[in-house]
Design a protein around this ligand. Structure first.
Ligand SMILES: [Fe+2]
Ligand SMILES: [Fe+2]
Length: 446
């Protein structure tokens, strides 16, 4: 605007008792000085800063997570109808109070029907909190998109994908997500080492909720299951990764297994999927960890949990039983460290001073899985694809997923794609770098 015209117009407005935007009279200036908080209260910038991520795929519940930029009370509206008629609103947090915070909204939607399509939208109220009697909604924001998902259950379509060891390498991650989108599974198992060493919740938000990739809404309509890797417990923020990746619903486990919030036993069509956490790749006694890890007891507790869930009707009766965990439960190479070399993981006969595979977990869990007729265990951690066929004593096969590199001939990303075709479980490993099928195996019903 021409400066002389601006001054003239402002003077005319002032004479008429109207102050032009940005031009304050003496009285206005005085009033503003008396209300220093008002300017700060005006909503600034986008409140919802990520697309929603569907977590903890299950038959009767789903987790919905998204990030925010300010103190907020998030919610999801969920309906069986595409036009959102009859939607019910679920707020973040649990009973008693909502989870007011300025980072991540975690919404648990329960009471859903198995193998059913739902539509949902997300929103959040921006909250000014000055004290226990001084709280105010400053405004609300809603994501304009309507998303949808399908719940698990015996009637669900039996198609899973597995990704692993993504390690926040976004070029490889972007291409991995393209392959997953092309395969269009009912759910994705993220089989650990999604992170590296994360010290802040902002780092975790970037990895899980707002990754810098074209498909940043990768999990808005495809639910995810998560099996932690050894890296996913490292760093101050990762010690509480549940602030970004919520624990499973409490009703999915007994009170005895209260702390096993990561394990899953989910029926999806003819496949029963079991999720286990192999935990750290170093012993609890390794001095590098300063006594701050408790993997040993955790693995034993999971064995007790596993024995029970394998008896659950919908799991026991599924024609196919597939288990997922990060660290392999078998390795044919005798120079590979089996993770039980006390006290500090060091032995010159092994090539690494950390676990390449997990003999302790294998001893605790695989007899139970074998007895139940488990056909396949899908693992990760070694950053190179491998298939271990069953042998005389080991009745289950193992697939080891690839790594996060796009410039290495042997360590490239894979997507493992499992689906029931006819009366068989067909599992294909895709090389994300070339886009080609790397390996294909099929399994008879148990
Ligand atoms: Fe890894
Ligand atoms: Fe790993």
């Amino acid at each position: 605007m021409d400066r002389r015209k601006f001054i003239k117009d402002s003077a005319a407005l002032a004479a008429a008792g109207v102050v032009a935007p940005g031009v304050l009279g003496a009285e206005e200036k005085k009033m503003q000085a008396q209300r220093p908080q008002d300017g700060k209260e005006a909503p600034a910038g986008k409140l919802i800063t990520s697309a929603p991520m569907l977590q903890n795929y299950a038959a009767t519940s789903i987790g919905i997570a998204f990030s925010v930029s300010d103190m907020a009370n998030g919610y999801a509206d969920v309906s069986e109808a595409a036009d959102m008629s009859g939607a019910r609103r679920v707020t973040c947090g649990g009973y008693r109070v909502t989870d007011l915070n300025d980072k991540v909204m975690l919404i648990r939607v329960t009471g859903l029907k198995p193998a059913t399509q739902y539509f949902y939208r997300i929103g959040a109220d921006r909250i000014r909190y000055k004290g226990g009697y001084d709280m105010k909604i400053l405004g609300s924001e809603e994501d304009p998109r309507t998303y949808s998902f399908r719940t698990a259950g015996p009637g669900a379509e039996a198609r899973f994908c597995v990704i692993n060891d993504t390690h926040a390498k976004y070029d490889a991650f972007a291409r991995t997500l393209d392959k997953v989108a092309e395969l269009s599974p009912s759910c994705v198992v993220w089989n650990g080492d999604a992170t590296n060493v994360e010290e802040t919740i902002e780092d975790q938000v970037r990895i899980f909720l707002a990754p810098p990739v074209p498909r940043s809404d990768y999990a808005s309509q495809t639910p995810y299951l998560f099996c932690p890797g050894n890296h996913d417990s490292r760093g101050m923020a990762n010690r509480h990764i549940e602030r970004v990746l919520m624990f499973r619903q409490p009703e999915e486990r007994s009170p005895r297994d209260w702390d096993l919030g990561r394990n899953f036993a989910v029926r999806m069509g003819d496949i029963a999927m079991i999720g286990l956490d192999t935990a750290e790749d170093k012993l609890d006694t390794n001095p590098i960890f300063a006594g701050l890890f408790n993997s040993g007891a955790y693995r034993e507790a999971q064995a007790v949990w596993l024995a029970d869930v394998l008896k659950r009707k919908e799991i026991a009766k599924a024609p196919f039983l597939v288990a997922f965990c990060h660290i392999p439960l078998y390795d044919p190479d005798p120079t590979r460290n089996p993770g039980d070399v006390a006290p500090a993981d060091k032995d010159p006969k092994y090539t690494t001073d950390f676990a390449m595979w997990q003999r302790t977990c294998a001893k605790l869990w695989t007899p139970l899985l074998q007895k139940a007729g488990c056909q396949l265990i899908i693992t990760a951690h070694q950053h190179a694809y491998r298939f271990d066929a069953p042998d005389g004593t080991r009745k289950w096969a193992q697939m080891v997923g690839g790594g996060p590199n796009l410039d290495n001939a042997t360590s490239f990303p894979t997507v493992i794609d499992g689906r029931v075709e006819g009366r068989r479980l067909v599992v294909r490993a895709w090389n994300v770098k070339t886009g080609a099928v790397l390996d294909e195996r099929s399994f008879a019903a148990r």
